[in-house]
Design a protein around this ligand. Structure first.
Ligand code: SF4
Length: 277
């Protein structure tokens, strides 16, 4: 198999548009991979089930582990160590910071890479990709996120056998164009994909989660509290307290209705499978 076309399916607006383009035959796709952190909102899993039922290119749903369980138990997706989410920190002097993000790499990027190597190329662990194989990895990144595409190109710059492809940018499609494309193809608006416990969420996104997904909201509150629990392995090595919300207030205590929406969110509250680039 010298050439493989693999779609990174995050199941958000852009990667859904790309998947349906592939289903229409407008983009090559041998398989789509959904790297499941186990922590998506219920609406994203419903949407994923709908996509699976459409009968398009095969969708491989693969997971390193359940991210929130690993946070609760202080272990990593690889089973070796704890991988951090970009939680907010508040030190004794009140200064706010952010923890280095490792979750994307372990729960998304490496899951896709492992699926490509082991399942689609049939390689053993650490076996080299044959010199004549080229893997085209397709990303649902639109023109309004061109900076992410550039970062993605840099990430693959030294990888001999993998070429990142951005068909939405090639078509000149913005996120709004994707929404237009999807309007007649799906019986509902595509939900935003990102972990329920993602600290990148905006205030409207937190509010929406609380109003529409009681289980997802409860899970986020549980994980937020666990970040500060006595003896938590997650906080080992930190002098600061960790929080999911940028105000550094426990999630359950925040009056979201009184908070203004903020615009500091680099992902607009969405991960869509490419929060690593
Ligand atoms: S959505 Fe947020 S918490 Fe989940 S993998 Fe991406 S950056 Fe990490």
């Amino acid at each position: 198999m010298p050439v493989l076309h693999v779609l990174n399916l995050g199941a958000g607006v852009q990667s859904t548009a790309l998947y349906l383009l592939a289903r229409d035959g407008a983009a090559p796709c041998d398989a789509a991979v959904f790297a499941d952190t186990g922590e998506e909102p219920a609406a994203v899993y419903r949407h994923l089930a709908h996509l699976l039922a459409l009968g398009g290119p095969p969708v491989l749903v693969r997971s390193a582990d359940r991210l929130g369980d690993d946070l609760l138990h202080g272990r990593g997706g690889t089973g070796r160590r704890f991988a951090s989410i970009p939680a907010f920190t508040r030190g004794p002097d009140g200064r706010v910071g952010m923890v280095r993000r490792q979750c994307t790499k372990e729960y998304k990027v490496e899951v896709v890479d492992r699926t490509v190597r082991r399942e689609l190329l049939g390689l053993k662990p650490r076996q080299r990709v044959p010199a004549d194989v080229t893997v085209y990895q397709y990303f649902g990144i639109s023109t309004d996120e061109a900076g992410r595409a550039e970062r993605g190109k840099r990430r693959f710059a030294g990888v001999r056998h993998t070429v990142p492809v951005y068909p939405l940018i090639d078509r000149g499609w913005s996120r709004a164009d994707c929404v237009d494309f999807l309007r007649d193809r799906l019986p509902y608006p595509v939900p935003k994909s990102s972990c329920v416990c993602c600290p990148y969420r905006t205030n409207p996104s937190w509010r929406h989660l609380r109003a529409t997904d009681p289980a997802g909201w409860g899970r986020a509150v549980e994980i937020d509290a666990a970040l500060r629990a006595d003896g938590s392995l997650v906080t080992r090595g930190f002098r600061q307290q960790l929080f999911l919300h940028r105000s550094c207030v426990p999630l359950a205590e925040i009056d979201f209705d009184a908070l203004a929406p903020h615009t500091l969110d680099p992902l607009a509250g969405e991960c869509d499978g490419v929060c690593g680039v």
